[in-house]
Design a protein around this ligand. Structure first.
Ligand SMILES: NC(=O)c1ccc[n+]([C@@H]2O[C@H](COP(=O)([O-])OP(=O)(O)OC[C@H]3O[C@@H](n4cnc5c(N)ncnc54)[C@H](O)[C@@H]3O)[C@@H](O)[C@H]2O)c1
Ligand SMILES: O=C(O)C1=N[C@H](C(=O)O)CCC1
Length: 265
């Protein structure tokens, strides 16, 4: 499968280039960065700490997409919406790892998925997607007498909160309780908040250092507390998940898929 990495000089972009180079059956068909990015013109392999791959980083996605079967996109919301339209026009697979998308951005991805095969997930790891299934089940089993709180920590460079993973886990909890997350979500507490409103799903965000990604879903009841935790130890995990998603999506019909589809969960 010929894959283009957009955001090729980012933390995830470099991991994706490494993972494509290491994946049998995959070749790096292009490496794209934003206009003016310092990495333009550099070899994508060298940027990723590999020997040269003969693929220079460019800001010309049209040419790259025309010669590709799929695009791996861990960039920023506006860029992802733009690439979704291009990928749909080129009829290639679009794997979206970007988080922090607004409801309007998500509507645009839905529209693009009428023509494109899009796989989007706030977390491409097997562990987190398994955890989401467990959270759904525990939330359904325990009921509202257990308060649900989602705690996450990431590195100091992360720009969105709550994390895409925290929101994915929140959706799973809400789903387990057959409620809408948008109506139950409490993402900020400050000052005289009053007591906790029953049935809400709380989010707490920590940022610092080089933490790759840690998430705990806490079910706090009267006299006991259940905590389910995932710790990512290597960004390569997300990159390998993205390649798995691209290979899975290649023979599918246009549509918007999740990692649960890819992993058969
Ligand atoms: N879903 C997952 O499993 C998962 C895992 C890790 C990170 N992420 C998400 O991936 C995104 C990127 O994370 P990161 O740590 O690599 O960030 P980063 O800032 O290191 O990298 C983002 C890269 O995208 C580039 N970029 C921005 N606009 C662009 C455009 N229009 N065209 C091409 N490139 C563009 C930036 O220049 C940068 O190099 C974030 O939203 C993060 O939350 C998701
Ligand atoms: O480093 C990041 O940024 C990560 N983003 C995803 C999220 O928002 O959950 C996945 C974990 C790493």
């Amino acid at each position: 499968m010929r894959l283009v990495v957009v955001g090729a000089s980012g933390r995830m972009g470099r991991m994706l280039v490494q993972a494509v180079a290491a994946s049998e059956g995959c070749t790096l068909a292009g490496a794209i960065e934003r206009e003016g990015a310092p990495a333009l013109g550099e070899d994508a392999g060298v940027l990723a700490g590999l020997p040269p791959l003969g693929v220079p980083v460019t800001d010309d996605p049209l040419t790259a997409f025309a010669a590709a079967d799929g695009v791996l996109d861990f960039t920023a919301p506006a860029a992802t919406v733009f690439y979704a339209e291009l990928a749909a026009q080129a009829r290639i697979v679009h794997v979206v790892g970007t988080t922090g998308l607004s409801p309007d951005d998500l509507r645009k991805l839905d529209a693009a998925a009428r023509h494109a095969r899009i796989v989007r997930s706030g977390n491409m790891s097997l562990g987190v997607n398994l955890l989401a299934g467990l959270v759904r089940k525990v939330a359904a089993t325990l009921g509202e007498e257990f308060d649900i709180e989602i705690l996450e920590m990431h590195h100091r460079h992360k720009v969105d909160a709550p994390s895409g993973t925290a929101l994915l886990l929140g959706e799973a909890a809400a789903d387990g309780r057959a409620v809408a997350l948008a109506e139950r979500k409490v993402a900020v507490r400050d000052g005289q908040t009053g007591p906790r409103e029953p049935g809400t799903i709380g989010f707490a965000t920590l940022r610092g250092g080089s933490v790759i990604g840690e998430h705990s879903v806490i079910f706090a009841g009267a006299g006991e507390r259940l905590e389910l935790t995932h710790r990512a130890e290597d960004r390569g995990l997300f990159a390998r998940g993205a390649i798995r998603a691209a290979l899975w999506a290649q023979p599918r019909e246009p549509g918007l898929y999740g990692m649960d589809d890819v992993l058969g969960l």
